[in-house]
Design a protein around this ligand. Structure first.
Ligand SMILES: Cc1ncc(COP(=O)(O)O)c(C=O)c1O
Length: 391
């Protein structure tokens, strides 16, 4: 019998099922069966060569030591140049905190505002780590339901109606994981107007998919709303945009009053991001953006293939996602639960997907497909799904 007594909160941590499904898919593949992986949320592209070269050069040039905790000055400068270019907003490099992945900004923001008695609002279905971390801090996790009938955007009025004197943080994510939903400028305008009555609420805007929008849709950044300047935390990074998930680098733009707290958390946690990776991140932001355009064009083509294909399967309907690289079909017409469908697709058809419920209770009846895979594999996966359901 174990005598160890880890803190109670540790038992409240959730997980990201995508990693479990990936492990299971790899175990099946190791037995010689072929698995098409539409589970994991990462680009199937390699990081562009000029970015890799910058990291290699940095290692040879001796970038081997600690750097300033919030990032090297040149990188923080490159981030604000990028913000000016793509969001049309001028921010001071002093507000940039570079961290090992987009997730870390989320972790710090939730740690900063979550405690027993506090309430934190988060999208549901949404990135599973939001709810997990809120529960970990002892705060009350208050879901913002994202509904299919709204194309998985939120309804500003109902979000505002959910705010109480205990609400500390509101998390929004557009373009969204797992639904591919995007929030319109009109809806954000309404939200920002309504937030004026709630000056005690901080906002975490997770814009990690900011460069991945389709059909001429603009990415609406909450950073563009000056009235939120003193309470908006922006999360973005390199993982998705430059196919750099394994490099572990991201950034937060923090309100002036919180930068010091975020930097202290960084000092206490990881000291700084890998020095060579920071040089690679500068090359990514300042170099040619053709790679990003080509990758997003490829995703757009696959998006059409997967949405049409899913809508062709009896019992399945799929909205057209406006961003990211996920499709989130409604599978309730098949008579299977999300989990049953996930398991049967993986075990019987060799197709890895993620049950909608992995992203929160509002995900029941849905399945997440990551279409970061080839058109050929997507078509094969759809044919296998169709065959499975016809049995
Ligand atoms: C909505 C959202 N935010 C943040 C992240 C984390 O990104 P990173 O790999 O840079 O930590 C992800 C990754 O899947 C995501 O989907």
């Amino acid at each position: 019998m174990t005598m160890l007594r880890p803190v109670e909160a540790i038992h409240r941590l959730g997980t990201e099922t995508a990693f479990d499904v990936l492990a299971r898919a790899e175990a099946i593949a190791a037995t010689g069966r072929e698995v098409i992986n539409l589970g994991i949320g990462q680009p199937d592209f390699k990081t562009p060569p000029h970015v890799v070269e910058a990291a290699v050069k940095a290692l040879y040039d001796g970038h081997h030591g600690y750097t300033p905790s919030p990032g090297v000055p040149e990188l923080r400068k490159a981030v604000v140049e990028d913000i000016a270019k793509y969001r049309g907003v001028d921010v001071s490099p002093d507000r940039v905190v570079v961290v090992p992945g987009g997730k870390v900004t989320m972790f710090f923001a939730i740690l900063m505002f979550g405690e027993p008695g506090a309430e934190i609002m988060y999208p549901n279905p949404g990135f599973p780590i939001y709810e997990s971390l809120i529960n970990f801090t002892g705060a009350k996790a208050v879901p913002t339901p994202l509904l299919e009938e709204n194309d998985f955007s939120f309804d500003a009025e109902s979000v505002l109606a959910g705010i109480t004197p205990n609400t500390r943080l509101l998390i929004v994510n557009s373009p969204a994981n797992p639904t591919g939903g995007t929030v319109s400028r009109r809806e954000f305008d309404k939200l920002v107007e309504g937030l004026k009555a709630h000056p005690h609420v901080a906002i975490l805007s997770d814009e990690i998919y900011s460069r991945m929008t389709y059909d001429e849709r603009e990415h609406v950044s909450l950073l563009g709303y000056e009235e939120l300047e003193d309470r908006l935390i922006l999360l973005d990074g390199w993982s998705k945009t430059y196919a750099m998930t394994g490099w572990r680098i991201g950034y937060g733009i923090w309100p002036e009053s919180l930068v010091e707290h975020a930097t202290r958390l960084a000092v206490n946690c990881h000291s700084c991001v890998n020095a060579a990776t920071q040089q690679a991140a500068i090359a990514a932001l300042r170099g040619s953006q053709d790679f990003v355009d080509q990758m997003v064009a490829a995703f757009d083509e696959r998006r059409r293939v997967i949405v049409d294909g899913l809508n062709d399967i009896p019992g399945v309907t799929c909205r057209t996602p406006g961003g990211a690289f996920y499709a989130f079909p409604n599978i309730s017409g098949t008579g299977l639960s999300s989990h049953e469908m996930q398991d049967r697709l993986l075990e019987e058809a060799g197709v890895a997907t993620i049950a909608g419920t992995s992203f929160g209770a509002y995900g029941e009846g849905y399945l997440r497909f990551s279409y970061a895979n080839t058109v050929e594999n997507i078509e094969t996966a759809l044919a296998r799904m169709r065959a499975l359901l016809a049995r």
